[in-house]
Design a protein around this ligand. Structure first.
Ligand code: COA
Length: 424
């Protein structure tokens, strides 16, 4: 039995943040029914397309294991069906712009009255405050949540990261909120509202930077390179390039081949307990006892020099050779892996973290499987649904509507032309 078997989710999500959340629930075994606009569906189906007439990877990689029903919620019959779904589902997840749900009449009060057990989970860009009405996409959240101002180099512009911490990160937060509310429901019998703002989700992931903001009141941040370079700190946490946080200074260093390979680099951490081993590996045994290098505080003002010397060593090795040597000594490090290398990595295929999925319109493609592994309920990645593929079966088998009612709904155009043709 899957962990969330028996949980029915009305998936009213689109683009990335919401679908990330409902995909996780589907992987854990929930029956996720995605409600989409007839004709177009989730806008990402047609964005960044690579194969003509097939759903994009943008869509397929975020909507595995779900069913799809097309429903025009601006059609009264469509709303009627939606309310039927509210009655039988356990969770509704949505990430529309602020106000959309209210305009549909799906207020929390009304939903709670119709189905007191239903959990209503929402993602918005911002929580209550000056920006609560704003529409938000990934990079806006990264900027508003403190990630951009603290990412990049001190002398460069703020940077956004490739990891989708605003969208996928918030989806992940929301999924935790939903399963927590489901657990609470087993005691209380009642559903509750779960809200997650993207700004908050990003800030939660930038927690260490708010820590540093307060440390700044008590003096310079000594593990930041700029301290060793003698550059004074301002009143806000600066961008720290590739410096690692915490008490274990780290950097990205060149490896053999860096002149032509943009990813021939390794992340190297000068963890204090293995300092002596580092000195031996790089050929500086006197640094083990030299008071200028022996202890972590003495090293902080000299990080550029120290990492320069370590880099002289890493440049003589490929990133994988360096990784093998350093790991023998328990020195924490990590190769900079390209997406190509990750896609081809055998061990990731074996754990199901990278999976090959077959799709009727686009053929085989790679996806990221469930990164969360449950020992008794392993996830199986199934292809994303075609637009409206399950409309008929949801109306019949989930909502248990009779033939006359289904005919009236289809006739009204609420489920769109495709379903009507199929029904005829
Ligand atoms: N049938 C008919 N209409 C539908 C529908 C359906 N099945 N599903 C949605 N709609 C309508 C809604 O009723 C709404 O119309 P209205 O504005 O007339 O009330 C509209 O489609 C959707 O609205 P919206 O959410 O504003 O879409 P958008 O494309 O303009 O904005 C976002 C996209 C992502 C910016 C916005 O949804 C948002 O800010 N979401 C919250 C934050 C978020 O999740 N952002 C990250 C996305 S990865």
């Amino acid at each position: 039995m899957k962990a969330l078997e028996g949980v029915k989710v009305l998936d009213f999500t689109h683009v990335q943040s919401g679908p990330t959340c409902t995909q996780l629930l589907a992987w854990f075994g929930a029956d996720v029914i995605k409600v989409e606009r007839p004709g177009t569906g989730d806008i990402t189906r047609g964005q960044l397309c690579d194969v003509p007439d097939a759903d994009s990877l943008y869509f397929t990689m975020l909507n595995h294991n779900k069913r799809s029903i097309t429903l025009d919620t601006k059609n009264p019959r469509g709303m009627e069906v939606l309310w039927e779904m509210v009655k039988v589902c356990d969770v509704m997840v949505e990430n529309f712009a602020p106000g959309v749900l209210d305009r549909m009449g799906l207020t929390w009060a009304k939903v709670h009255e119709v189905n007191p057990r239903m959990i209503v989970a929402s993602i918005k860009g911002f929580g209550a405050g000056p920006y609560e009405d704003c529409k938000v996409y990934e990079n806006v959240a990264q900027c508003a949540g403190g990630a951009a101002s603290t990412t990049g180099f001190r002398d460069g512009v703020p940077l956004v990261t490739g990891a989708q911490i605003g969208d996928s990160g918030t989806g992940l937060h929301l999924a935790l909120g939903i399963v927590t509310a489901l657990y609470h429901r087993t005691h209380s019998g009642l559903g509750q509202k779960v809200d997650c703002a993207m700004q908050d989700g990003v800030l939660n992931l930038c927690r260490v930077k708010l820590r540093d903001q307060q440390r700044l009141d008590h003096g310079p941040l000594k593990e930041y390179s700029q301290f060793g370079e003698g550059v004074p700190f301002g009143d806000a946490v600066p961008r720290a390039g590739n410096d690692s946080g915490g008490g274990q200074p780290g950097r990205i260093l060149k490896c053999k081949g860096w002149e032509t390979d943009p990813n021939a680099y390794i992340y190297f951490i000068t963890q204090a307990p293995v300092w002596e081993k580092i000195c031996d590996v790089i050929g500086e045994p006197t640094w083990k006892t030299d008071p200028n290098y022996a202890k972590p505080p003495a090293r902080l003002p000299r990080l550029n020099e120290i990492f320069g010397r370590i880099e002289e060593w890493t440049m003589t090795k490929t990133k994988f050779e360096a990784m093998d040597i350093l790991n023998e000594y328990d020195i924490p490090c990590g190769p900079i892996l390209s997406m190509k290398e990750i896609a081809e990595e055998k061990s990731l295929r074996e754990t199901g973290t990278v999976v090959e999925v077959d799709h009727p319109k686009r053929g085989k493609y790679l996806s990221v499987g469930n990164p969360i592994k449950l020992s008794n309920s392993p996830s199986e990645v199934k292809r994303s649904p075609l637009l409206g593929e399950h409309t008929d079966e949801v109306l019949r088998d989930v909502l248990k509507l009779d033939e006359a009612r289904i005919a009236a709904i289809v006739e009204s155009g609420a489920t769109g032309a495709v379903t009507r043709a199929a029904a005829e």
